[in-house]
Design a protein around this ligand. Structure first.
Ligand SMILES: [Zn+2]
Length: 359
């Protein structure tokens, strides 16, 4: 009985001997790269900035508000270097009522980032399924999944980008995933439609499971409410609410650490433990009901790898102001010092001990 144990022990000594330089190199890469802070910018419901069809933004009496959309993307572009902005996400309700003229504004405003800051968007209820009606708004939104999004943000344009991962539908851009590297870590973002269908969640489960070495962020429009609970509402539209998304998808993956959403005016954070004990920060931000439809309020999240911390800032480039309340400016703990998966071929000391004991 002793002989095999010695052999195993010898084997691990050799493994450590040969693997040590590799491990040292890996550790060097990690420590050299993980110290650099970097930023992800977040835009929420820009619907009032693109409001040609229903003109609901008239309630503020300040006319066309599209300038605030441009204030946002121009600020992100102009501060890319200063904040080391690696990516921008849009939480949906990009436009007010899926009107081509509205999409043209959104396209122009988002294109400000082209060539400087990579970005992806998810669709909100206002981005799809418009039908005329005699109600006080002049129409209904979100009655089905038809949208002009794919004409103005076509898959073919984005598929050429280095960060593009793929889409659920080979011809559409509604459900997409993107990836990027920052501070020596790999990240992926999966952008899901409003109340995603089961088949979309199946696809998302596959994408996240196939990339265990990527730290994953879920981007979807309606998920968390201002009272820090996930949505539980049922829609006529076939799909899943926030709680169902958590149960069928988000909680299952060790590498998902964040969900970003809008839809409900306000700010909230809910941190839940996933099935693997990993903390998942679920974050709502939406400023659409503030003055002038949000007046360019946005968020940027500064990742500080050496402190294993993410600092959230809420900023208004048009007014050059910060929101400094506890729901607008806060830190989240997120471990970044340890690689998500050990280097291939290397057994951790604890694994070796476990094997030794079995012998
Ligand atoms: Zn919405």
């Amino acid at each position: 009985m002793k002989r095999p144990a010695r052999l195993v022990s010898c084997f691990f000594s050799l493994l450590v001997f040969f693997a040590a330089p590799l491990q040292a190199q890996k550790a060097k890469e990690d420590s050299a790269q993980t110290a650099e802070p970097f930023t992800i910018a977040v835009l929420a419901d820009t619907q009032y900035y693109c409001d040609c069809r229903l003109k609901l933004s008239a309630k503020w009496g300040n006319g066309d508000l599209r300038r605030y959309f441009f204030e946002q993307t121009e600020w992100v572009r102009d501060n890319q270097k200063r904040h080391n902005i690696k990516f921008l996400v849009h939480e949906g309700d990009i436009v007010q009522a899926d009107d081509p003229e509205e999409w043209a504004i959104a396209k122009e405003a988002m294109s400000v980032l082209d060539g400087t800051v990579p970005y992806c968007l998810c669709l909100g209820n206002h981005d799809m399924g418009f039908e005329k009606s005699n109600n006080k708004y002049g129409g209904n939104i979100g009655v089905n999944r038809s949208t002009h999004f794919n004409t103005y943000f076509p898959r073919a344009k984005f598929a050429k980008r280095r960060e593009f991962g793929g889409t659920f539908d080979p011809d559409r851009h509604d459900n997409s995933w993107y990836h990027f590297e920052a501070a020596g870590m790999k990240f992926l973002i999966v952008a899901l439609e409003y109340h995603p269908r089961d088949e979309v969640l199946d696809w998302a489960n596959g994408i996240v499971a196939e990339h265990p070495d990527h730290r994953a962020i879920v981007l979807t429009h309606a998920y968390l409410k201002g009272n820090k609970t996930r949505t539980t509402n049922k829609l006529k539209l076939k799909g899943n609410n926030g709680e169902q998304m958590w149960q069928k998808f988000v909680r299952k993956h060790k590498n998902i650490f964040m969900v970003l959403c809008g839809h409900f005016s306000g700010e909230a954070v809910l941190t839940s433990a996933g099935d693997h004990g990993n903390p998942v920060h679920q974050i709502l931000s939406d400023y659409q009901e503030m003055n002038n439809g949000g007046e360019s309020w946005l968020r940027y999240m500064v990742f500080q790898p050496d402190a294993s911390k993410i600092s959230i800032h809420t900023y208004n480039p048009a007014l050059d102001k910060f929101k400094n309340g506890s729901s607008s400016k806060f830190d989240l703990n997120y471990p970044m010092a340890v690689p998500l998966v050990p280097a291939p071929g290397l057994a951790r000391p604890s694994d070796a001990n476990a094997l030794d004991k079995k012998q």
